[in-house]
Design a protein around this ligand. Structure first.
Ligand code: XMP
Length: 548
């Protein structure tokens, strides 16, 4: 298989459901490549990608209400198999002329579902064991040939009449159409959630869809990417020298690990610690890639914090701060590169979304000048650029990282901007403010991590509120407070937590209030210089995710 090229792809259209990431995950567990897109994606883009199948996720709305997320009917006429899940199942039937309405009984939780094993969706699913639930409903397609299987239901609406051409192929005692199919048109709909583990045979059902119905061969594997890339890099680099600016972020870390596997000590990684990293982060990066780590490479750490603080002294304007941080990075890197001398290759951790974004003209760049290593080529003496990750998507990069033996906490890190805490401190950046925000952020991340872990242990899935990005920032506001019997005049920490897929738009994550209170208490008690903790609930737009 050609590196990074997805010859068989499933597209997941996200309608806002809490389990959509799980859908993608389960599809990949079937060794079929898949990508998630917002339901707002243009149909032409879908046609251009030419997927083997499309899955519509669940969502919180009622599809018959005005303004509810919807899609063009054309989607179902492309000749590409479509599977709707929960909201997606209702929406498909609604668009195609079926009837969706509020269900008389709200089904929630683990429920025994009667499935028809002669449907391609349910091939090999369920067993005859137990007494079949009697159907109260006389719908076309219902047959006595039913198996029972445990599924996870969570719905207020239901399909009371499937669209023309569909037959019901699953039911429960309260739901006449727990699944429906229009086999001829390649359209399938499931009311429950096959993607969550409580649906015991959910992955089998999704496998039936992506392999059986869509015809994917299921040969997508991350280890094949690593293997092929290592060989390609070896062939291309020969005995040449490679230089990499390692930020400690996911992409450059995975690239370092991949290059190390391919060419070992022909690789030099320069890690510029700009003093704006999260708490302990610089040491963590050094722990993984430095002498104590397991990777064969040359690791150079430059502790440039005080240089950056000096440059940032008195600077309050966000864009100026970003510019200074970016320029200083290039200067420090250039100095180090000079020490190393001529190299043959400069490696860059460009990944596919970067390629796409720059191709589109980079709308976000107008809002904030992003600090990436794009500016480096002008400053380093090298012959060629290598970008082995340029065809990969983020989660593929993460998989490759795990495959390469990187620690999970590093591989699954949330995004962290190049200018680091410099853009999470409003106004002037000082060493004191950096220390405050580092400590507050550490506590916040620790508490969210603990709560999420606990939830996962109990329910087998991440909590629905789990943010895609969360951090503490430091406002430039000081206000009066009271601590013990003393008046205080200290900073306010702002907590941010957002749910987003593409980071272009975002909603504030619904973090449990008790969790926020725990975080607030710990920050006030453990971080000196803070007497207030605030929560930023702004969506994007109008807010951005970062503060500056
Ligand atoms: P904003 O703040 O623009 O952030 O809503 C969207 C996403 O981009 C990240 N971000 C950056 N990443 N360099 C980066 O590499 C940057 O300068 C930068 N600014 C924002 C941000 O963390 C969020 O994930």
């Amino acid at each position: 298989m050609e590196v990074g090229v997805k010859k068989e792809m499933i597209i997941v259209l996200d309608f806002g459901g809490q389990y959509n990431q799980l859908v993608a995950r389960r599809v990949r567990e079937c060794n079929v490549y898949c990508e998630i897109y917002s339901y707002k994606i243009d149909i032409q883009k879908i046609k251009d990608m030419n997927p083997k199948g499309i899955i519509l996720t669940g969502g919180p709305n009622s599809c018959y209400e005005e303004g509810a997320p919807t899609y063009s009917k054309e989607l179902f006429e492309l000749g590409i198999p479509v599977l709707g899940l929960c909201y997606g199942d209702q929406l498909m039937n609604h668009i195609l002329g079926g009837r969706v309405e509020k269900a008389p009984v709200r089904e929630y939780g683990k429920i025994e579902v009667m499935v028809n094993p002669s449907s391609p969706l349910f091939e090999g699913v369920g067993s005859k064991a137990g007494k079949p639930v009697k159907s109260e409903f006389d719908l076309e397609g219902h047959s006595d040939n039913v198996n029972s299987t445990q599924c996870w239901m969570s719905h207020n609406d239901y399909i009371s009449k499937p669209a023309s051409g569909f037959v019901s192929v699953a039911h429960t005692s309260d739901c006449p159409v727990a699944a429906a199919e229009n086999r001829e048109a390649g359209l399938y709909a499931i009311q429950f959630h096959p993607e969550v583990l409580h649906t015991v045979e959910g992955t089998k059902m999704l496998g039936n869809f992506v392999r059986g119905i869509c015809g994917c061969s299921g040969d997508w594997r991350m280890d094949s990417f690593v293997e092929t890339s290592v060989k390609e890099i070896k062939d291309r680099v020969g005995d040449g020298k490679v230089l990499l600016a390692l930020s400690g972020g996911v992409d450059s870390s995975v690239l370092a690990a991949l290059l190390s596997k391919a060419i070992g000590s022909q690789l030099t990684c320069v890690f510029v610690d700009h003093g704006l990293m999260r708490k302990n982060e610089g040491d963590e990066v050094e722990g993984v890639f430095g002498k104590a780590g397991n990777f064969d490479l040359n690791f150079v750490r430059v502790n440039a914090g005080s240089r950056y603080y000096a440059k940032l002294k008195g600077i309050e304007e966000p864009e100026q701060k970003r510019k200074i941080i970016g320029e200083e990075f290039i200067r420090v890197f250039e100095e180090e590169a000079k020490k190393i001398g001529k190299v043959d290759f400069l490696a860059q951790g460009t990944i596919y979304p970067d390629v796409v974004e720059s191709g589109l003209g980079g709308e976000s760049a107008v809002i904030k000048s992003h600090h990436n290593v794009g500016g480096l080529p002008d400053y380093v003496d090298f012959k060629e650029i290598i970008e082995p990750l340029r065809n990969l998507f983020k989660d593929e990069v993460r998989k490759a990282g795990l495959e390469l033996g990187l620690p999970e906490y590093l591989v699954n890190r949330q995004p962290f901007p190049g200018p680091g805490l410099g853009i999470r401190i409003i106004g002037e950046v000082t060493a004191e403010k950096v220390a405050i925000v580092q400590d507050a952020d550490y506590i916040y991340r620790e508490e969210i991590g603990k709560a999420a872990e606990e939830h996962k242990k109990n329910f087998g899935v991440e909590p629905s509120w789990m943010p895609n990005q969360y951090f503490a920032a430091l406002s430039n506001m000081r206000s009066v407070g009271v601590m013990g019997d003393e008046r205080t005049y200290d900073y306010a920490v702002v907590l941010r937590a957002v749910k987003t897929i593409d980071f272009m738009t975002a909603e504030a994550a619904d973090i449990p209030f008790t969790l926020l209170q725990t975080v607030m208490n710990r920050i006030i008690n453990e971080v000196r210089g803070v007497n207030r903790v605030m929560m930023d609930v702004t969506s994007k737009p109008p807010g951005t995710i970062e503060f500056e």
